[in-house]
Design a protein around this ligand. Sequence first.
Ligand SMILES: Cc1cc2nc3c(=O)[nH]c(=O)nc-3n(C[C@H](O)[C@H](O)[C@H](O)COP(=O)(O)OP(=O)(O)OC[C@H]3O[C@@H](n4cnc5c(N)ncnc54)[C@H](O)[C@@H]3O)c2cc1C
Length: 416
Amino acid sequence: MTYSALRLFKETLTGNRGWKPAWREPEPKPRYDVVIVGGGGHGLSTAYYLAREFGITNVAVLEKGWLGSGNIGRNTTIIRSNYLLPGNEPFYELSMKLWENLEQDFNYNAMVSQRGIINLYHSDSQRDAFVRRGNAMLMAGADAVLLDEKGIREVCPFLDFDNARFPIKGGLWQKRAGTARHDAVAWGYARGADRRGVDIIQNCEVTGFDIRNGVCHGVTTTRGAISAGRVAVCVAGSSSRVMARAGMRLPIESHVLQAFVTEGLKPVIPGVVTFGAGHFYISQSDKGGLVFGGDIDGYNTYAQRGNLPVVEDVCEGGMAIMPMIGKARLLRMWGGVMDMSMDGSPIIDRTPVDGLYFNGGWCYGGFKATPASGFCYAHLIARDAPHPVATAMRLDRFRTGHVIDERGAGAQPNLH
Ligand SMILES: Cc1cc2nc3c(=O)[nH]c(=O)nc-3n(C[C@H](O)[C@H](O)[C@H](O)COP(=O)(O)OP(=O)(O)OC[C@H]3O[C@@H](n4cnc5c(N)ncnc54)[C@H](O)[C@@H]3O)c2cc1C
C-alpha cells in the first residue's frame, strides 16, 4: 500500500475504510534461507537490506513480542555520527548517510529531523578532546564545528551561563545529527521488508538452536521448529540469554537505561544538547515534550524499569545546565534493557558455530546505528564477509586485545 496526498484525500472522503495493515501476519514456514531472531530496529533493517541489496527474500524475522516492544520503541531517538575511533566513526557516518535518505528509500515518514547535536564542554582539556574528536569526524567525511561560549549563547540562550557550577565554555556541534521517530523507523523497515517477501512473525519466541556438529541448522520456537540456511541473532538487551541457548557466553552485561518526557511546551531546544560535566542529554519532540535521559542504573538486570536514584541524578544534570527545566512537569518515564559490551562498542560478526551470526553490544547507542547495522549485518550474512566499515566489530576482539574503547573506560561495561 502506498501513501500519498491523493490517497489521504480519498480516504478522508470515504471514512478511512480503505487502509490495509502495513505488513502481513503470515504463519511460519518450515524452512527459510535466513532466520533473523529479534524484530527490533536492527532485525527489521537487516531483513530489509537483505531483500533490497542482496535479493535474499526467503527470510523470516521472529519476534517474541510485537514490533516496537523492545528498545527500538523505548529510546530517546537521537541520531548522530560524532565518534572518535577509526573502528566506529566510518560505521556511524555510513549510518548518518543512510538516515539522510531513509524516508525516500522506504516511502515512510520516519520524522528524521536534522536539527543538530551540541556536546557542551566545560574545561580547556575537554575542549582539546573535542577538537580531536571533531578532526576525526571531518577525516571520516562527517561534519563538525567547534563553538566557543559566544557561539553557544547564540544557539542555546536558555542555558545557564552565569551561575552554573560547571561553566559552559563551548561545544562541539554536529549540524547533520538530530532525531527520528523511533517506532516509525521500525514500521518503515517492516513494511519495506514485508513488501519484498520477508515473513515478519510476531509472538514467536526463539527457545533454542538446532546445532549439530558445529553447524546451526535452524531454531526451535514457541510456534514450532524452523530450519534455516543461516540464523542471525539481534536481540539487543536479551543477547546473553539468547546466545546462552546456543552454548555461548558473551562479553556483554545487561543494564537498564531510563528515559523521561515532559508535558508539551513551546519550542525551546533547537536540537540535541548534552552536558559535558555529568550525564544528561535533552531534545524536544515535535509535540513539544522535552525528551531527556542520562546514565544507566548501573547494576545488572533484565527488568524494563528503573530506580529513583538515577531519576535524581538525571534531574540534577538537567538543573545544572538549564534550571528552567525544574518547572516542567514530567509526563512519562520508562526503562529499556541495554546490551552493554566490555568496551562500549558493538559486535557484528560470525560466531564459532557455522551458520550462526551475532549482532549486539549496542549499549545505549544502537538507535542511531539502525540503518548501518542492518546494512552491514545483511552484507555479512549474504557474503559471509564483514562490510568494510564494520571489520573492527569482531566478537573475538576481547581475546586478541583489539578493543574499540571509545570512552577510554576500560573493561567496565557500566562505565561506557
Ligand atoms: C531509554 C533508552 C534511550 C535510548 N536512547 C538512544 C538514543 O537516543 N540514541 C541511540 O542511538 N540509541 C539509544 N538507545 C539504544 C537503542 O534503543 C538500542 O541500542 C537499539 O534499539 C537496540 O537494537 P534493536 O532496536 O534491534 O533492539 P530491540 O528493539 O530491543 O529489539 C530486540 C528484539 O528482540 C526480541 N527478542 C528478545 N529475545 C527474543 C527471542 N528469544 N526470540 C525472539 N525475539 C526475541 C525482543 O522482544 C526485541 O523486540 C536507547 C535505549 C533506551 C532503553
